[in-house]
Design a protein around this ligand. Sequence first.
Ligand SMILES: C[S@@+](CC[C@H](N)C(=O)[O-])C[C@H]1O[C@@H](n2cnc3c(N)ncnc32)[C@H](O)[C@@H]1O
Length: 205
Amino acid sequence: MGPWCAALYDRMMAPLERGRFQAIRKQLLRQARGNVVEIGSGTGVNFPYYTAAEHVIALDPDPFMVARSLPRATQAAVPITVLLARAEALPFPAHTFDTVVGTLVFCTIPDPLQALCELQRISKPAGTALFFEHVRVHRPLAGRLQDGLTPVWKRLAGGCHLNRDTLALLTQAGFDVTSIEPHYQGLFLVIAATTPSPSIAPRLA
Ligand SMILES: C[S@@+](CC[C@H](N)C(=O)[O-])C[C@H]1O[C@@H](n2cnc3c(N)ncnc32)[C@H](O)[C@@H]1O
């Protein structure tokens, strides 16, 4: 995302965080237990909300975002290790994590399906997956507006696509979605899922 996005990110997000996001993050992340991995952890905005995890490994490929997240990692209630890495190539062995987490990240990851397959690979069988994402809405006019705005928006906002159908990608990657909670008229979704047992291959098209 670069130095400017990293410097401005928390300030730009502050109205949304004060609005509903802080409560959403708190509710979502208290479900993160055991050995946890968070992809695209950015400035570490989720770090204060981990209360039940044993250990969190948080990763992001942007060194400017990672640098901003380090003070939050040291102040967190649980141990958090921050790494520079891309979600499409996770540097962990298979079946390592009890919980995988991603918030507002699948809009930006260049290959979200590959990232989801990687999350499945490193997750323990029947592990927990917790996501909070903005998505393409299923209202024709609003969806087309998101499609139209995305080429410009992704240049301004560090590669963020307004029109990713992340729920469809999750299903395509083989996650078993257990709950979906829409916010802001379905523009944002809180999604809980489980990873299938290793015998079930990801459903890549
Ligand atoms: C919109 S920010 C979200 C930050 C934070 N997760 C949150 O909830 O506010 C998207 C983050 O995804 C990161 N990102 C971009 N490409 C990525 C990739 N290939 N793998 C993992 N993270 C990536 C960006 O560097 C950025 O920190």
